[in-house]
Structures are given as C-alpha cells and as structure tokens.
Design a protein around this ligand. Structure first.
Ligand SMILES: Cc1cc2nc3c(=O)[nH]c(=O)nc-3n(C[C@H](O)[C@H](O)[C@H](O)COP(=O)(O)OP(=O)(O)OC[C@H]3O[C@@H](n4cnc5c(N)ncnc54)[C@H](O)[C@@H]3O)c2cc1C
Length: 416
C-alpha cells in the first residue's frame, strides 16, 4: 500500500480502517541467499538496497529483539557530512545525498529536516581547525560557512558568549546537516525491504555460526538453524559478542552513550549546536523537547543505561553554554551501546571467513551513516568489492598503518 495525500484523506473520511501492518511478521525459512544479522538501521538499509539496487535474491534480516529497539531508536537523530579526512568525507557526503532523497525513495515520512548544524569555536586555534575542515568539506562537495561571533549571535542570541570560561569566538556552519526522526528511519527501511520481498524476522537471536573449511554455511538461532549463501553482520554495540561466535576478536570496545530530553518548550533552537569546549550538543524536537547529549560513559559495558557522573558532566557543560537550561526540567534519559573503534572510524569489510562480512565500529556516529552504510554493505555483499566511498573502512588497517584518525585522539574511545 502506497502512502499519499489522497490516501490520507480517504482514510480520514472512512475511519482509518484501511491501514495495514507496515511489514509482514515473517517466519524463518530453511535457507536464504543473504542473511543479515541485526534489524537496526544499518541491517534494514542493507537488506533494502540489496533487494532494490543489486538484484532480487532470498534475503532475511534476523533481529534478536524488535525493530527500532537498538541504537537506531536511541540516538539523538543528527545527520551531517562535516568530516575532515579523505577516508571519511566522501562517504558521509554520499550518505547525506541519500538522506536528501530518502523519503521519496521509501515513500515514507522520516521527517528529514536540514535545519543546519553549528560547531562552535572558542579559540584562534579552533577557528583555524574549523576553517581547514570547512575547506575539506567544500572540496568534497559538501557545504560549510565560517561564522564570526556576530553571525553566531544572530542565530543563537541566548548562548553564553562572554561570561563563560570559554567565550564563543565563532562557528562552522553546515547548513545541509540536521535531524531525522530516528525510529521512522527503521520503520521506513523495514517497510521498503518487506515490499521487495525481504523476510524481517524479529525475536530471532543469532547464537552461533556454522563454519566448515573456512566458509560460513549458515547461522544457529533461537528459532533454529538457517542456511545462508552469505552472512552480513550489522549488530552495532553487540559486534564483539556476535563476531566472537565466529572466533574473531575485533578492534572494538563497547561503551554506553546516554541521551536526554527536557520538557517541551516553545521553539527557540533553530538547528543543532555543538559546544567546542566541552562535550555537549543540543537540538529541539518538533514536540519542543531539548534533545541533548555528551560524552560516553568511560568504562566498557553492554548495559543499555549509563551512570550519574556523565549525567552531571553533560548538564554542567550544557548550562555553561546555555545558562537558561538550568530552568528546564529533564524529562527522560536513556543509553545505548556504542561499538567504539580504535581510531573513531568504522569498518565495512569482508572477514577471513568466506561468505562472512562485517559492518560495525560506528562509535556514536552511525545514524547519519545509515543510508550509505546500508548501500555500501549491500554493494560489498553482492559484488565482493568495496564501494568507492567505503574503501578505507578495512578491518586490517591497524596492521597496515592506514588508520582514519578523524578526531586525532588515538586509541582511546573515551576521548573520541
Ligand atoms: C544516545 C545515542 C546518541 C546517538 N546520537 C547519534 C547522532 O546524533 N547521530 C549519529 O549519526 N549517530 C548517533 N548515535 C549512533 C547511532 O545510533 C549508531 O551508530 C547506529 O544506530 C548503529 O547502527 P544500527 O542502527 O544498525 O544499530 P542498532 O539499532 O543498535 O542495530 C543493531 C541490532 O542488532 C541486534 N542484535 C544484536 N545482537 C544480535 C544477535 N545475536 N542476533 C540478532 N540480532 C542482534 C540488536 O538487537 C539491534 O537491534 C547515537 C547513539 C546513541 C546510543
């Protein structure tokens, strides 16, 4: 069933009785050409593009819980293409272009809102770094504008410009960045994949791999054994645990990242702002809540909840940037498990086991990557060659010395 304005009017006049489920509740079959493990944004997008762009085949997505229960429904919804390094920026620009056409492509309202993202700068050195990154973005076909302090003041007059420990000196504005309603992305890709014949199987946990002679033959699941031609793993925060079942140890640590929402307020933040002197970022949802977050909890964990010291740290940073935040009530907070790689950049690669492919290490930036990660992973699964924009995301880059150290922080996930 297609969605359209006409359809909406018809349903409104007939008591909304004609809407069907958005995807089938599929049961596992004995065998598939492609099995994708993980029904988050990346797994669903992979299945969608495999079915749509790379020729029909029998495809299943296996999800241990429910669609939208992982990080795809837990993130702070920011999309952007404002990276510095060659290994990253073309990939994220490709992703942003896919976001720009996504709602038409999926026939689904994902509330893509290119409201702009502003990275504040607080020193001359930071301004130089922002200018360099802005130039790299423009050279890769993205957009960037360097604002002076008056330019920032015009957009965000309520920030703490002069009395703060780190006064605001300007900012790097990326107008095409913004936000997308995160769970609608999961539902939209699920519906799109289902319409192209993909089986989306919820409550189906992968518990092991059957591997013989260096080749993967299928997966053991809580709902029985499933044969597979090729297996793609896209399980974000659970990457280390799932790949350990295939005997692999990954250059990934899992940490919790928390997010917070305030009570609903009248609209006053037009875009996304990030604080350059502490780990804090904020936007305002269409319901009026301030959506914000900061640093990861600095210890390894698979728990989907964080601890109070980071809550205190995020709120402190927020209040030093927006003093008025102290008068808003915090409505809720939650956590998700981050697959932190050792250089802050992801992997989309084959493994040494024939037929087993891996997509992960997205740290806290994988939501914006969803369309391109899905597309590039589907490309790799189908052709056995990396997509042009994802060539650098190799698993062996620490052995060959080709790290993509975007944030310049080295092998410390808690500092990324
Ligand atoms: C608080 C927070 C804020 C964030 N903010 C942003 C942001 O603003 N912008 C941005 O770009 N990124 C952000 N991120 C990161 C982003 O959400 C993730 O990098 C991205 O969603 C990961 O990909 P995914 O959607 O496929 O993950 P998930 O939705 O986590 O999907 C993985 C799925 O695999 C399933 N799974 C795990 N093990 C198994 C198994 N054994 N068998 C079957 N299924 C299994 C899980 O249940 C899960 O549903 C944020 C993350 C968090 C937690």
């Amino acid at each position: 069933m297609g969605y359209s304005g006409l359809r909406l009017i018809k349903e409104a006049l007939t008591g909304h009785k004609g809407w069907g489920p958005q995807w089938r509740d599929a049961s596992p079959q004995d065998a598939y050409d492609y099995v994708i493990i993980g029904g988050g944004g990346h797994g669903l997008a992979t299945a969608y593009y495999l079915a749509k762009e790379f020729g029909g085949a029998r495809i299943a997505v296996l999800e241990k819980g429910w669609i939208g229960g992982g990080n795809v429904g837990r993130n702070t919804t920011i999309i952007r293409s404002n990276y510095l390094l060659d290994g990253n920026e073309p990939f994220y620009e490709f992703s942003l272009k896919l976001w720009e056409g996504l709602e038409q492509d999926l026939n689904y309202n994902a509330m893509v809102s290119q409201r702009g993202i502003l990275n504040l700068v607080h020193s001359d050195a930071q301004r130089d770094a922002a200018r360099r990154r802005g130039n790299a973005m423009i050279l890769n076909g993205s957009d960037a504008e360097l604002l002076d302090v008056d330019g920032v003041r015009k957009m965000y007059p309520f920030l703490n410009f002069d009395n703060a420990r780190f006064p605001i000196k300007g900012g790097l504005l990326h107008r095409r960045g913004g936000t997308v309603r995160h769970d609608a992305v999961a539902w939209g890709y699920a519906r799109g994949a289902d319409r192209r014949g993909v089986d989306i199987i919820q409550n189906c946990e992968v518990t092991g791999f059957r591997i013989e002679g260096g080749r993967v033959l299928g997966v053991e699941t809580s709902r029985g054994y499933i044969k597979a031609g090729k297996v793609g793993v896209s399980v974000a925060g659970s990457s280390s645990r799932v790949m350990a079942q295939a005997g692999m140890r990954l250059p990934i640590e899992s940490h919790v990242l928390q997010a917070f929402v305030s009570e609903g307020l009248k609209p006053f933040i037009p875009g996304v702002i990030t604080y350059g002197a502490g780990h804090f970022y904020c936007s305002q949802s269409d319901k009026g809540g301030l959506v914000f977050g900061g640093d990861i909890d600095g210890y390894n964990s698979y728990a989907q909840r964080g601890n109070l010291p980071v809550v205190e740290d995020v709120i402190e940073s927020g209040m030093s940037l927006i003093p008025g935040l102290g008068r808003a009530r915090l409505l809720r907070g939650w956590g998700g498990i981050m697959d932190m790689s050792m250089d802050g950049s992801p992997y989309i690669d084959k493994t040494h086991i024939e037929g087993l492919y891996f997509n992960g290490g997205w740290c806290y930036g994988g939501f914006k990557a969803t369309p391109a990660a899905g597309y590039c992973f589907a490309h790799l699964l189908k052709t056995d060659r990396p997509h042009d924009t994802a060539k650098a995301y190799r698993l062996d880059r620490f052995m060959t010395g080709h790290m993509i150290d975007e944030k310049g922080m080295g092998p410390q996930p808690n500092l990324h």
